[in-house]
Design a protein around this ligand. Structure first.
Ligand code: FES
Length: 161
């Protein structure tokens, strides 16, 4: 990441130490993950120990220190979703994307994650792609959901052929 963009984010937050979480959120939004060199830059600019930034970056599950795909696919495995077949949906996601939970496709299009209850149990089983919630997901619906995002993804294309 060009540090000019990072500096713009720091400027937007007024270089305030109490805005650290918001700064990290903006970096994550921009890059989809938190590159170590960027965290070092923030540490230097704000004169905050890197260990404090690293603590926040590893405390919240929504932050990632590893590169992630352009689209983040989350399968809810909370109790309500589990009872309604979320595990089968996760397995179908893994088969369709050719990755396991916690991994990213080679073309960097998708990262597959699990979450525990996103508070929409009445819609179970739920899957989320980026900010879009999908309700009553079934293994049969998985490929259609992913194909909405996969026009450039070889992985999904090969599933269709
Ligand atoms: S268990 Fe999935 S939304 Fe609550």
């Amino acid at each position: 990441m060009a540090f000019e963009k990072v500096d713009e984010i720091l400027e937007k937050h007024g270089y305030r130490h109490d805005a650290l979480i918001g700064i990290i959120q903006d970096i994550q939004r921009l890059e989809n993950y938190l590159p170590l060199e960027t965290l070092r830059h923030i540490s230097h600019r704000l004169e905050i120990p890197l260990s404090r930034i690293y603590y926040i970056a590893t405390f919240y599950k929504s932050f990632s220190l590893e590169p992630r795909g352009r689209h983040i696919v989350k399968v809810c495995l909370g109790t309500a979703c589990h009872i309604c077949g979320a595990t089968q949906n996760l397995e179908q996601m893994e088969r369709t994307l050719h990755i396991c939970e916690g991994e990213t496709t080679k073309d960097m299009m998708f990262s597959l994650e699990t979450v525990n209850c996103v508070g929409t149990c009445a819609l179970a089983p739920v899957a989320i792609v980026d900010d879009t919630y999908y309700d009553a997901v079934t293994p049969e619906k998985v490929e259609k959901i992913l194909s909405n995002y996969a026009t450039e993804s070889e992985g999904i294309e090969s599933e269709k052929n």
